[in-house]
Design a protein around this ligand. Sequence first.
Ligand SMILES: NC(=O)c1ccc[n+]([C@@H]2O[C@H](COP(=O)([O-])OP(=O)(O)OC[C@H]3O[C@@H](n4cnc5c(N)ncnc54)[C@H](OP(=O)(O)O)[C@@H]3O)[C@@H](O)[C@H]2O)c1
Length: 310
Amino acid sequence: MTAPDEAISGLAPASDTVTVLGLGPMGRALSAAFLAAGHPVTVWNRTPGKAGELAARGAVVAGSVEEAVRDGQVIVACLIDYEAVRATLERPLDWAGRRLVNLTSGEPAQARAMAAWASARGIGYLDGAILTPTPAIGTAAATVLYSGAGEVHEAVRGVMAALGGDGVYLGDEPGRASAYDVALLDVFATSVNGIVHGFALAAAGGIEPGRFAAFATGIGGLLPELIARFGQQIQAGEYPGDRSTIGSAAAGIRHVINAARAHGIDTSALAASKGVIDRAVEAGYAEEGLARLATTLLPVDRGGAPARRG
Ligand SMILES: NC(=O)c1ccc[n+]([C@@H]2O[C@H](COP(=O)([O-])OP(=O)(O)OC[C@H]3O[C@@H](n4cnc5c(N)ncnc54)[C@H](OP(=O)(O)O)[C@@H]3O)[C@@H](O)[C@H]2O)c1
């Protein structure tokens, strides 16, 4: 086994030892990718018996956190939340020559608090956020964001390359990866809500899910261009209403709400969306494009400060 300090070598050799804390679906996928890249891997999970085929593929299954951390040069935590990471690591552990990469999803403030916790204990800490599902890990399709101490990123990036795809370093502010993560999860969560609501409304209208899906995927196909265009407009602070307007969206969402209510379908999420649109209309944005709604959500705009018009 290599001495821990030899890991500080930029693109590290596959002999660098990796410990994965957490064997949920993502922890197992990470462990499999490190094994596939040739790293000696030790795994640990709070509840025993979750290592599955990892042991047969060569992973050491540690019986304790102490043993797991002792085995690794790069300690990768992938647990349900930051509280679980703290609960797991809040004990005397030998961190000499080791680095902690926390790929647990959370909030920016939690990432900053975790970095401070690690700093107070002299632990080299890198925060991270995984943007792709488990099957993508270890393939070119994987995207993992990192933020935190630059020297820790340099030391572990060779090992983390085993996860495949893009490893994007966002700088030394530890909450940065998480800030991207929560905003992207926002897009995903609200999109899923819209999709399932559409299926419910279609079903109530007697439309087969398969038939509906064929048309709904057409809407999905519009989104990449729309997201890129909104990005440009929000960056420029200009919201042309040449393609469609907030005033038109206000009429459209009324139809959806009325139709859903007629079937007794929950309209709470739609009502919240309508509330945002109505506020934008009241603020004088009816003739502007939908990207303007991003500013209507901001407290500064709602309070009538600089961004507000009319
Ligand atoms: N799965 C995905 O597709 C995906 C994609 C992107 C990001 N992520 C992120 O990756 C992280 C792990 O996700 P996951 O899908 O593997 O499963 P998960 O259900 O989010 O987390 C399960 C893991 O957390 C452990 N755990 C829960 N509470 C704990 C505690 N108090 N102390 C110690 N360990 C605790 C579980 O151990 P036990 O078995 O003992 O309960 C298990 O190892 C999450 O932050 C998730 O958001 C997942």
